[in-house]
Design a protein around this ligand. Structure first.
Ligand SMILES: Nc1ncnc2c1ncn2[C@@H]1O[C@H](COP(=O)(O)OP(=O)(O)O)[C@@H](O)[C@H]1O
Ligand SMILES: [Mg+2]
Length: 489
């Protein structure tokens, strides 16, 4: 045995009479030279005088004995073992493994401290998501747009494209310019026009005949939904017939435009089986006057001539700047309806790759059932078209502000939420937390944190999994994305 490692038995001696063991000072190590060992002043000892004065260390469990205030045996609990599924149920944020490193870097997972990456297409392929659509809800100024812009611009590096079919604040224009995209500006002092009868981008897979029939179908649906928006009700069967006749008449013109359709509805020149010219004029009267609002009434100036802007779907980012359209959410929704008709043609291209379609400030855009119906069809077709829709709203109850209770519009808006596999919740008012938690099926732990989330922090529900993520924005991004300049000025 080495002189420096006394056996544990050296610390204790048994006192058989009292039945306990007492702690005693350890004996000096034995050396061969007993004379030297017995003499404390001897220079032969290795220990310094300071070390000699040190009391011996206590055992980790403390001194044993009746007055030691310790239990006879050490307290030991068996290790608890459970699968990560069970532990995740007991406390949902504990040790989440993350979504992997594929896709764009979003920021930091607040619980694990690891990097958080997100890509709806990759996650769909891995079976984590059942669809690529996302909804992002949060109070004003907490970084929703900032996150949407980061997701969009960082995705461009991975070869995705981005469409923003309605930007009521015009805050995406600078972003589009920064990434080499374009922004279409409408309204105000700009003289730009959108012709709702535009044929749109041709699908190269269709024959001439198929293309002609596709264009006439698109026109009928688009003008029908514009008329229904201005009328505030669905079209009657006789109105559909009057519209069909008017569109056939307008298509004879070199470039069919809305004023030609309005003239043809109000003064038809041909009868048809089942309707005389006079009957067609009477049946189409309401609809004709409703459409006239877009040509000569209060909504005039945007839809009444040939299109003067170009829509290039091959650009990395394309936005529709509606910041100059003042006052009328209805007009804004109608412009978006026309723009989404163009966009749909571009989206239908099977070679166009994966694209984000971002509806920022969507609560303003969702008042029109016609637009909602178009959005819903894009939501449903998202997987087939390779698009991921991102809906940005303030609170989930925004969807209940659409239409009347039990109305078709309300059902459409609710359906959009149901078709979003990814739900990102930024800070919510305390009064809104309970509703949000119920609608998203959040746990109590998740719900209590909603009012306390900081700017850029969000609770991500990705399929059935939950994360708290701090979005990291770079200084360059913040310079382009900033929406607070005017507040700071
Ligand atoms: N992740 C972030 N890091 C730092 N600042 C941020 C972050 N997200 C947002 N901000 C700041 O907050 C401001 C408001 O963000 P914004 O995205 O416009 O809010 P919202 O769209 O929710 O109203 C931005 O101008 C930016 O300066
Ligand atoms: Mg915003």
């Amino acid at each position: 045995m080495s002189a420096r490692s006394p056996a544990p038995a050296d610390f204790y001696v048994a006192e058989p009479a009292r039945g306990i063991r007492r702690f005693v000072r350890p004996r000096k190590p034995r050396t061969k030279n007993h004379a030297h060992a017995a003499d404390p002043k001897s220079a032969d000892t290795n220990e310094t005088p300071a070390a000699q004065k040190q009391p011996p260390p206590l055992p980790a469990g403390g001194e044993r004995g009746t007055e030691s205030a310790r239990s006879l045996r050490r307290f030991r609990t068996p290790a608890h073992r459970a699968t990560s599924n069970v532990v995740a149920g007991a406390y949902p944020f504990l040790a989440e493994a993350g979504l992997g490193s594929d896709g764009v870097y979003v920021g930091q997972d607040a619980w694990s401290g690891g990097a958080f990456c997100f890509d709806p297409w990759v996650l769909y392929q891995h079976g984590v998501l059942t669809n690529p659509n996302c909804v992002l809800a949060g109070v004003v100024g907490k970084g929703k747009s900032c996150l949407a812009k980061s997701l969009a611009t960082r995705s461009i590096a991975l070869g995705r494209r981005v469409y923003v079919p309605g930007d009521p604040k015009g805050e995406w224009t600078a972003v589009a310019q920064a990434v080499g995209g374009a922004s279409i500006q409408l309204g105000g002092s700009t003289s730009h026009r959108l012709n709702p009868l535009d044929a749109g981008v041709r699908d190269h897979r269709l024959s001439d005949q198929q293309w002609t029939s596709e264009v006439s179908k698109r026109r009928r649906v688009l003008i029908g939904s514009l008329a229904a928006s201005t009328l505030g009700r669905p079209l009657l069967p006789v109105e559909h017939t009057a519209l069909d006749m008017a569109l056939a008449q307008a298509t004879l013109a070199r470039v069919p435009t809305l004023p030609i359709v309005v003239d043809a509805v109000l003064s038809p020149d041909k009868s048809m089986p089942g309707a005389t010219v006079a009957q067609l004029a009477r049946d189409g009267r309401d609809m004709g006057h409703a459409l006239r609002r877009l040509v000569a009434g209060d909504l005039a100036g945007l839809f009444d001539a040939e299109t003067s802007v170009t829509f290039d779907p091959s650009l990395p980012m394309l936005t529709l700047d509606l910041s100059r359209i003042t006052g009328s959410d209805q007009l804004m929704a109608m412009i978006m309806t026309c723009a989404s008709a163009w966009m749909e043609a571009a989206l239908a291209d099977p070679d166009a790759g994966a694209r984000w379609v971002i509806y920022d400030e969507a609560w303003r855009l969702m008042r029109q059932p016609a637009l909602l119906a178009r959005m819903q069809s894009q939501w449903k077709l998202s997987r087939g078209l390779g698009i991921a829709n991102l809906l940005v709203i303030h609170r989930l109850s925004d969807l209940d502000a659409v239409g009347d209770t039990g109305s078709e519009a309300r059902a459409l808006a609710r359906g959009l939420l149901g078709d979003c596999s990814t739900k990102i919740v930024y800070q919510q008012e305390v009064s809104e937390s309970a509703n949000t938690a119920t609608q998203l099926g959040l746990t109590t732990a998740e719900r209590t944190m909603l009012p306390d989330l900081l700017t850029g922090e969000g609770l991500w529900r990705v399929g059935t999994r939950a994360f708290v993520v701090r979005h990291t924005a770079t200084p360059d991004e913040l310079r382009v994305f900033d929406t607070d300049q005017r507040m700071r000025a």
